[in-house]
Write a protein that binds this ligand. Structure first.
Ligand SMILES: [Cu+2]
Length: 105
Protein backbone atom coordinates (compact mmCIF):
# COMPACT_ATOMS: atom_id res chain seq x y z
CA UNK A 1 0.00 0.00 0.00
CA UNK A 2 2.80 2.41 0.87
CA UNK A 3 4.51 1.69 -2.48
CA UNK A 4 1.34 2.64 -4.32
CA UNK A 5 1.25 6.07 -2.70
CA UNK A 6 4.92 6.74 -3.51
CA UNK A 7 4.36 5.91 -7.17
CA UNK A 8 1.17 8.00 -7.32
CA UNK A 9 3.07 10.99 -5.87
CA UNK A 10 5.85 10.63 -8.45
CA UNK A 11 3.34 10.64 -11.31
CA UNK A 12 1.59 13.70 -9.90
CA UNK A 13 4.80 15.74 -9.76
CA UNK A 14 5.88 14.65 -13.25
CA UNK A 15 2.51 15.76 -14.67
CA UNK A 16 3.13 19.27 -13.36
CA UNK A 17 5.93 19.90 -15.86
CA UNK A 18 4.50 20.73 -19.26
CA UNK A 19 6.85 20.96 -22.23
CA UNK A 20 8.79 24.19 -22.69
CA UNK A 21 7.18 26.69 -25.03
CA UNK A 22 8.84 28.72 -27.76
CA UNK A 23 7.94 32.40 -28.03
CA UNK A 24 8.58 34.11 -31.36
CA UNK A 25 9.43 37.81 -31.17
CA UNK A 26 9.84 39.46 -34.55
CA UNK A 27 11.63 42.64 -35.45
CA UNK A 28 9.84 44.59 -38.19
CA UNK A 29 9.87 48.28 -39.20
CA UNK A 30 12.48 48.91 -36.50
CA UNK A 31 10.09 47.71 -33.77
CA UNK A 32 9.34 44.50 -31.88
CA UNK A 33 6.20 42.71 -33.12
CA UNK A 34 5.05 42.26 -29.50
CA UNK A 35 5.58 44.59 -26.52
CA UNK A 36 5.00 42.07 -23.73
CA UNK A 37 5.39 38.30 -23.49
CA UNK A 38 4.40 36.03 -20.58
CA UNK A 39 6.80 33.09 -20.33
CA UNK A 40 8.04 30.36 -17.98
CA UNK A 41 11.54 29.42 -16.87
CA UNK A 42 12.87 26.92 -19.42
CA UNK A 43 10.96 28.40 -22.36
CA UNK A 44 12.82 29.43 -25.50
CA UNK A 45 12.55 32.82 -27.17
CA UNK A 46 13.24 33.07 -30.89
CA UNK A 47 14.12 36.56 -32.14
CA UNK A 48 13.35 36.74 -35.86
CA UNK A 49 14.67 39.61 -37.98
CA UNK A 50 11.80 40.24 -40.44
CA UNK A 51 13.24 43.64 -41.27
CA UNK A 52 15.43 44.98 -44.05
CA UNK A 53 18.04 46.23 -41.61
CA UNK A 54 20.38 44.79 -38.97
CA UNK A 55 19.36 44.51 -35.31
CA UNK A 56 21.42 43.84 -32.18
CA UNK A 57 19.09 42.57 -29.47
CA UNK A 58 20.30 42.52 -25.88
CA UNK A 59 19.22 42.74 -22.25
CA UNK A 60 20.95 44.04 -19.14
CA UNK A 61 18.23 42.78 -16.77
CA UNK A 62 19.08 41.11 -13.45
CA UNK A 63 16.88 38.14 -14.36
CA UNK A 64 18.84 37.54 -17.55
CA UNK A 65 21.44 39.49 -19.47
CA UNK A 66 22.43 38.57 -23.02
CA UNK A 67 23.72 40.12 -26.22
CA UNK A 68 22.84 38.52 -29.55
CA UNK A 69 25.24 40.70 -31.54
CA UNK A 70 24.34 42.33 -34.86
CA UNK A 71 22.39 40.10 -37.24
CA UNK A 72 20.89 40.80 -40.63
CA UNK A 73 17.57 40.37 -42.44
CA UNK A 74 16.12 36.86 -42.32
CA UNK A 75 18.33 35.71 -39.45
CA UNK A 76 16.90 34.22 -36.22
CA UNK A 77 18.54 33.98 -32.80
CA UNK A 78 17.34 31.83 -29.90
CA UNK A 79 17.77 32.14 -26.14
CA UNK A 80 16.52 30.01 -23.24
CA UNK A 81 14.91 31.76 -20.27
CA UNK A 82 16.86 30.71 -17.19
CA UNK A 83 15.44 32.68 -14.24
CA UNK A 84 12.15 34.14 -13.10
CA UNK A 85 11.82 37.91 -13.32
CA UNK A 86 11.39 40.77 -15.72
CA UNK A 87 13.63 40.76 -18.77
CA UNK A 88 13.67 44.10 -20.57
CA UNK A 89 14.78 43.58 -24.16
CA UNK A 90 16.38 46.35 -26.23
CA UNK A 91 18.19 46.91 -29.51
CA UNK A 92 21.66 48.47 -29.52
CA UNK A 93 21.12 49.88 -33.02
CA UNK A 94 17.60 51.30 -32.50
CA UNK A 95 17.28 52.85 -29.01
CA UNK A 96 13.50 53.20 -29.32
CA UNK A 97 13.04 49.43 -29.56
CA UNK A 98 12.02 48.02 -26.17
CA UNK A 99 9.87 45.12 -25.02
CA UNK A 100 9.38 43.09 -21.83
CA UNK A 101 9.40 39.36 -21.10
CA UNK A 102 7.74 38.40 -17.80
CA UNK A 103 9.30 35.09 -16.75
CA UNK A 104 7.57 33.07 -14.02
CA UNK A 105 8.25 29.66 -12.46
CU1 LIG B 1 17.15 47.20 -34.05
Amino acid sequence: MRTFFVIATLFASAAGHAGAAEHVIGQKNKAFTVSNVEAKVGDDVLFVNDDGVFHNIFSLSDAQSFNLGAYGPGVSKKIKLEKAGQVEVECAIHPRMKMMIDVSR
